[in-house]
Design a protein around this ligand. Structure first.
Ligand code: AHG
Ligand code: MN
Ligand code: MN
Length: 348
C-alpha cells in the first residue's frame, strides 16, 4: 500500500478498543460516547451552513441574522437531548441552556449515566465565522431510584467517568477522555467519520501561550495583575515572555493551548468574584481532560476537580493548562490575595 502510512482508526473502533481493556464493561458508555459523536456530526453540519444561511437571509432583507444565531444554539441543545433521551443509557441531563434538569420522558426507560453539556460554547463567535464548540461531561448515577436527581449532576469533577469536547474550526475535531489519556479525532465530512488524528495528547512544556480577556484587566485583582506581568516577563528581560492568544471561545482557546502548551484563565475579579465560566458545564470536563493530558486546572485556591458543586449553574474562577503555569497563578494569589481567597473559599 502506498500513500496511507497509518492505520485508519474510527472513533467507534477506538472507543471499543478502550472498552475491551475493562473486563466486565457492558458497552453502555461506549454507546453513549458514540451517540455524542453522532450529535457532534449533526451540529458540525449545521455550523458550516450557518454562515451561508445568514448571508442569504441578509440579502432578502430579513433579520435572519440574529435568528440563525439563536437557532444554532437551540438546534445543538435539542440534537443532544433527542439523541440521548430514549436510549436507556442516560438517567438525567443538564444543559447550560436550561435552568432546570432535563428529565428523560416518561415513555422511555432511564439509564445509568448522567449527561451534562454546554451545547454551543463561544456562541458570540457564530456570526463572525470563528471557532465554536460543544462540551460534554458524564457521571455515573449515584442517587437511588430510577430517575436522576440534582445530586447526580452535582458531583465533584474527580468522579467524572468521561469528558469530551468538539471544536468546530477549520475542521471539526472531537477530543475525549475516559480516564485513560486524551485522544483527538478529526471529522472527514465527505464520509461522515471521525478518524483518530491525535492519539495520546499530552500538553507540551514549556507552554507558549497565555489566554485571557485582558479587556477586564481594570477589574482584576492585584495578584492577577502581577501574574500577567510575570507571564509577560516584564520584570525579567532575560526570560522569554509567553505570547498572548484569545479567541473568546473557551473550547477553541483550550484546544489550542492543549496542543501547543499554555494557560487559559478567566479569574474572579472585583466585579465578579466567582468569574464567568460554569463549573459543571465548562470547568469540570475541561479540567478532567487537562489533567489526563498532564496539565492541571485550578480555581486559584485549589484543584477544580475537588470542588463539590452546590448549584447547577454555579460559576467558578478558572485557570487551566500546563501545571507549572497554573500553579504559578495559585502562588501569586496566595501571596497577594489572602483575603480574597479566604472569602472566596468560604462562599464557593
Ligand atoms: P457560552 O457561549 O457557552 O455562553 O460561553 C461563552 C464563554 C466562553 O466560551 C468564553 O471563554 C467566554 O465566554 C468569553 O468571555 P469574554 O467575552 O468575557 O471574554
Ligand atoms: Mn460556554
Ligand atoms: Mn453555551
Amino acid at each position: 500500500m502506498t500513500g496511507i502510512s497509518q492505520p485508519l482508526i474510527t472513533i467507534e473502533r477506538h472507543i471499543l478498543n478502550q472498552q475491551e481493556q475493562y473486563p466486565g464493561a457492558t458497552g453502555r458508555l461506549t454507546n453513549l460516547l458514540y451517540d455524542l459523536a453522532l450529535a457532534a456530526k449533526l451540529i458540525a453540519r449545521e455550523t458550516t451552513r450557518a454562515g451561508i444561511v445568514s448571508i442569504l437571509g441578509a440579502t432578502s432583507g430579513e433579520n435572519v441574522h440574529g435568528e440563525v444565531q439563536q437557532k444554532l444554539d437551540v438546534y445543538a441543545d435539542q440534537v443532544i437531548f433527542r439523541m440521548n433521551d430514549h436510549t436507556g443509557r442516560v438517567c438525567v441531563m443538564a444543559s447550560e441552556e436550561h435552568d432546570e434538569l432535563l428529565q428523560i420522558p416518561d415513555r422511555f426507560k432511564p439509564g445509568y449515566y448522567v449527561l451534562i453539556y454546554d451545547p454551543l460554547d463561544g456562541s458570540s463567535n457564530i456570526d463572525v465565522n470563528a471557532s465554536i464548540g460543544t462540551i460534554f461531561a458524564i457521571h455515573r448515577k449515584i442517587s437511588p431510584g430510577p430517575r436522576g436527581t440534582e445530586s447526580d449532576v452535582l458531583q465533584p469533577g474527580h468522579k467524572l467517568v468521561a469528558a469530551a469536547y468538539v471544536v468546530y474550526g477549520s475542521s471539526t475535531m472531537l477530543v475525549y477522555s475516559t480516564g485513560r489519556g486524551v485522544h483527538g479525532f478529526t471529522l472527514d465530512p465527505s464520509v461522515g467519520e471521525f478518524f483518530l488524528s491525535h492519539p495520546d495528547i499530552t500538553i507540551p512544556s514549556p507552554g507558549r501561550y497565555y489566554s485571557a480577556n485582558q479587556g477586564h484587566q481594570r477589574d482584576w485583582l492585584p495578584g492577577i495583575q502581577h501574574y500577567v506581568r510575570w507571564l509577560q516577563a516584564l520584570d525579567e528581560p532575560d526570560r522569554e515572555p509567553l505570547a498572548q492568544r484569545y479567541i473568546g471561545s473557551l473550547v477553541s482557546d483550550f484546544h489550542r493551548n492543549l496542543l501547543r502548551g499554555g494557560v487559559f484563565f478567566y479569574p474572579g475579579d472585583t466585579r465578579r468574584p466567582q468569574g464567568k465560566l460554569r463549573l459543571t458545564y465548562e470547568a469540570q470536563p475541561l479540567a478532567f481532560i487537562a489533567e489526563q493530558a498532564g496539565g492541571y486546572a485550578s480555581d486559584g485556591a485549589g484543584n477544580i476537580l475537588d470542588i463539590q458543586p452546590h448549584s447547577l449553574h454555579q460559576r467558578v474562577p478558572f485557570f487551566v493548562g500546563n501545571r507549572e503555569l497554573v500553579e504559578k497563578a495559585e502562588r501569586f494569589l496566595q501571596q497577594h490575595e489572602a483575603q480574597y481567597l479566604a472569602e472566596y473559599v468560604r462562599t464557593r
